[in-house]
Design a protein around this ligand. Structure first.
Ligand code: FES
Length: 103
């Protein structure tokens, strides 16, 4: 596992999903306050880019833009079909203003 710097806190507007490539892996990054979440950006159902979906603050989830399954940012689990598989969740460290992801 490698810790990869993906930017600074100010690169990630609060509640706005952002796609980042880190070490060859596409990530969907969502900042909530000073906490930053990272999940795999590829929806396991039909590979839509989750960073093009909406952040659902009440559920702490990202809604897939194609068919509406919402993936929890902490567990990666979808809330309903058609997606049935979880997305990978990555550990994020905020060090000062730097955001680092374990890939
Ligand atoms: S592509 Fe994401 S739910 Fe279908």
């Amino acid at each position: 596992m490698t810790q990869v710097a993906i930017g600074s806190l100010s690169d990630f507007p609060e509640g706005t999903p952002t796609r980042v490539e880190a070490d060859g892996t596409a990530l969907c990054i969502v900042r909530v306050g000073d906490t930053v979440h990272a999940i795999c950006d590829d929806c396991p159902h039909a590979e839509a880019s989750l960073s093009e979906g909406d952040f659902l603050a009440d559920d702490m989830a990202i809604e897939c833009p194609l068919h509406g399954s919402a993936f929890n940012l902490t567990t990666g689990d979808p809330d309903c079909p058609p997606a049935t598989e979880a997305v990978e969740v990555f550990t994020v460290t905020v060090d000062g203003d730097s955001v680092l992801v374990d890939i």
